[in-house]
Design a protein around this ligand. Structure first.
Ligand code: BGP
Length: 473
């Protein structure tokens, strides 16, 4: 669709940036924090552990001041469950509450709207030992954690996100270090989707609780949504793309919005004796929850063809998922360039994805992640010339403006990441931030913060409400 002129973005558009607790905070066992699954996992060879990260725990004042200087209207961060409840349930850690109170107050001081993710890949290790999300009690564990957060921070936090990328937890949990399948499990697919079901019920109950406790607040899910393209117009490829769209995307949004399982996914799970068991009341709980908006992380699209035995199973992560027997085979999209870390770059796919989401669900969308992981270097001039990141973000914001002109209701855009932090499985060297942190993979350096070129550029974008996307003068 061609537009003669582009629609303006809303005046209160939430320009922001994102991080997550376990990737940015550090202080992993400090001030009463209990270990999370991320603190006890074996990190991939050659990558940093998660003990110090960007040390935001000790630098939050400086960091929030930088975000304010950039003009952020919102800062998306997550709350570490085991910093608040070291054992996952039971005693609350007052120092954990104090930390997030300070962080939120600092945001409020600069008129930055806190956008809080309740769970971002960091199950308390104590709960993993009790069966993690396999345990039906996990629904109540999460609800209790939600209640503590709403009670302590709800007076200042208006926007909440439930579970970050639940679809990636389910599809590639082991790569991120999260999926804990109890030893001796016979039907791993069933166990995985039983965990997924518990998360879906936990999310639904948390949304209802949020609306009860905080009538002014708004809450939504935060899956990673990538439209899945068919490799060709061959009808079998179309079926494959429908299969993967259902498993990767629509399962999560259909459930969050309509409170029911996607029929293709359900049929697939039944076929493999893997349909999750419902506890009494689950169906009602799922149907009773209504998100106010949809948070979506977008990095790229995916492309699939009909399943074939010799399909490339290759490496898997959030952007590159392997095929699934009988359903689809992942293929490389020959039209798309790739990042230094081999993730496809598809700005037009961003528009495609937003259009598809909005036409299915008709709820406002906030992009909770989008960004470019790259090997940034601090130059002799003390600058980081990340023109490649500016180019990437510009192309995506252009498409966002087009999507808005297509009639998609967009409420915000939060690139990943506000500041350099540790990647899920590729270490510190894969940087995403607007702010450079002076540390290496293993050498903790000075931890000094540097504004990258993209920092100044994004500041200009925000100041013009998305009109001025030109290079810096
Ligand atoms: C998303 C996660 C983030 C983040 C980002 C970049 O899947 O929600 O936590 O890290 O992807 O991924 P990576 O760190 O693997 O490059």
């Amino acid at each position: 669709m061609l537009h003669k002129s582009l629609k303006e973005l809303p005046k209160d558009f939430l320009w922001g940036a994102s991080t997550s607790a376990y990737q940015v905070e550090g202080a992993s066992l400090e001030d009463g924090k209990g270990p999370s699954c991320q603190d006890v996992k074996e990190v991939p060879e050659g990558t940093s552990d998660l003990k110090v990260c960007a040390d935001e725990y000790h630098h939050y004042k400086e960091d929030i001041a930088l975000f304010a200087e950039m003009g952020l209207k919102t800062y998306r961060f997550s709350i570490s469950w085991s910093r608040i409840l070291p054992e996952g349930t039971g005693a609350v850690n007052p120092q954990g509450i104090a930390y997030y109170n300070h962080l939120i107050d600092e945001c409020v001081k600069y008129h930055i709207e806190p956008l809080v993710t309740m769970f971002h890949f960091d199950m308390p290790a104590a709960l993993d030992q009790r069966g993690s999300w396999s345990n039906p009690e996990s629904v109540e564990w999460f609800l209790n954690f939600a209640k503590v957060m709403f009670a302590n921070f709800g007076d200042r936090v208006k926007y909440w996100l439930t579970i970050n990328e639940q679809n990636m937890l389910t599809l590639v949990g082991p790569v991120i270090g999260t999926l804990m399948i109890p030893a001796g499990t016979k039907n791993v697919l069933k166990e995985t989707y039983q965990q997924n079901h518990h998360m879906l019920v936990a999310q639904a109950k948390a949304m209802v609780l949020c609306h009860q406790m905080l009538p002014q607040a708004k809450i939504g899910p935060a899956p990673n949504i990538s439209l899945v393209y068919p490799a060709s117009c061959r009808p079998e490829d179309i079926l494959a793309s429908q299969n993967f769209n259902a498993i990767r995307n629509w399962l999560y949004l259909d459930m969050a919005v309509y409170g029911r399982y996607n029929n293709l996914v359900w049929a697939y799970l039944e076929e493999h004796d893997a349909a999750p068991d419902f506890a009494p009341g689950d169906a009602e709980a799922l149907a009773s929850a209504h998100p106010d908006f949809l948070g979506c992380n977008y990095y790229s699209t995916a492309t699939v063809g009909a399943w074939k035995e010799e399909a490339d199973q290759g490496k898997a992560d959030q952007a590159v998922l392997p095929g699934a027997e009988g359903l689809f085979a992942s293929v490389k999209n020959p039209y798309l360039p790739r990042t230094e870390f081999d993730w496809e770059i598809d700005p037009v796919g961003f528009r495609n994805t937003m259009r598809e989401i909005y036409s299915r669900y008709h709820l406002p969308i906030i992009i909770t992640e989008n960004g470019l992981g790259a090997y940034d270097t601090l130059g002799e001039d003390g600058r980081i010339h990340d023109q490649y990141r500016i180019n990437y973000l510009r192309q995506h914001i252009e498409q966002l403006r087009l999507a808005v002109s297509d009639g998609v209701e967009m409420m915000g855009y939060c690139p990943w990441s506000a500041i350099d932090l540790i990647s899920t499985h590729e270490g510190m060297k894969k940087r995403y931030g607007f702010v450079y942190v002076d540390r290496d993979e293993f050498d903790l350096g000075t931890m000094k913060r540097y504004r990258k070129d993209s920092f100044y550029w994004y500041k200009q974008v925000i100041a013009s409400n998305g009109d001025d996307l030109d290079d810096l003068k």
